[in-house]
Ligand binder design. Sequence first.
Ligand SMILES: *Cc1c(COP(=O)(O)O)cnc(C)c1O
Ligand SMILES: [Zn+2]
Length: 421
Amino acid sequence: MKNVKAAVCIKCGAEYAAGDDTYTCKKCGGVLEIVYDYNYIKSQLSREKLAARKNFSIWRYLELLPLEEGSRPGPLRVGWSPLYKTDSLGETIGLKNLYIKDDGLNPTSSLKDRASAIAVARAFHAGKDTVACSSTGNAASSLAGGAAAAGLKSVIFVPERAPQGKVTQLLIFGATVISVRGNYRETFRLSAEAIEKYGWYNRNAAINPYLSEGKKTVSLEIAEQLGFKAPDFVALSVGDGCTIAGVWKGFKDLYAVGLIDRLPRLISVQASGCCPVNRAIEQNAPIEWMDENTLADSIAVGAPRNGEKALAAIRESNGITINVTDEEILAAMRLLGKSAGVFGEPAGAAGTAGIVKAAALKTVPADAVVVSIVTGNGLKDVVSAQKAAGIDSTAEGASNLLRIAPDMKLLTEEFAKRGIC
Ligand SMILES: *Cc1c(COP(=O)(O)O)cnc(C)c1O
Ligand SMILES: [Zn+2]
């Protein structure tokens, strides 16, 4: 890879040649980060060159991605999700320049597709015929979908209690699903042993430094969609921490090659019931594990496996932490849907919930350029969406739902009563 210099340990600075046998530091066990040859990339890339490209996917940024020469990107169209200027939503919240980046529009409906696309391309190049990971959620479905499209097999380890909807998505993509009678930690350990024994490509996000390189493409797109300008703030939800680290890496890379001239501040949004990363920032202390009390399952991560990278990203960006309750997340789901036409899963709408709070507290000024990344689609988790809409078993019914007999007279009366027409 002409554009990649090395894989560097974020803890002790040890340098390794980039390659698939080096995932963690052999000296201290730290997580590695991919470092590029920015001078070389500068000579290859310009705003004009990028703007002229017709490839509207993550692969338009090839010079900034760790792809071996001769690699074949998978066939799914990943990335180049829309960035909407949402004036009506912004007005409701009190922000003049609010944008929503809808990453639920990726092929398997979450931002994780960006990381899995890199995993699949690298696995293919390494001559692997099988990719594997352990996850209950979007990492697994994106890997299974990407592998299916590229003609690779996938093996996914899930804890027995994994939600049926998500397991179903895996089965439809033809993955071999190993449902482990045990908790997530035991599931992860079994997957690691099996990956080692059978030599599959390892997409376990915490130890594979290439995955946040895929996730960073969301920032490359945001900057380009804003005319090669960094926004003032970027808000997103945080679980393991790979995504926020990737988002930060994307802006830093663009800055290093001179495509943007300043960096945004990150807004790290976590659930009040599970916020180990934000708590560490707020108390300026190491991460301590927490219980996982939130309905936002994609960010219900009590023991973040990429916490160090996340902390570094938030601190370096002079970032802000915001914790939101499940109620606030459900309210943000309704608000996003109603005033922007965007349907996010709870972890997807959590970033927006954070923005609502930050704007109310005036932590974010009214005229700031703010991007909220919706990281996953609402249909991923219909049970939570029903809660947000007010039609779960505990609620009377949604205020915008009319149950009625097929009778025009009754309908007219109901409309009059509710002041609808
Ligand atoms: C994985 C995920 C996140 C959080 O990403 P991390 O890398 O775990 O911090 C947020 N939202 C959705 C929808 C996700 O799938
Ligand atoms: Zn190290």
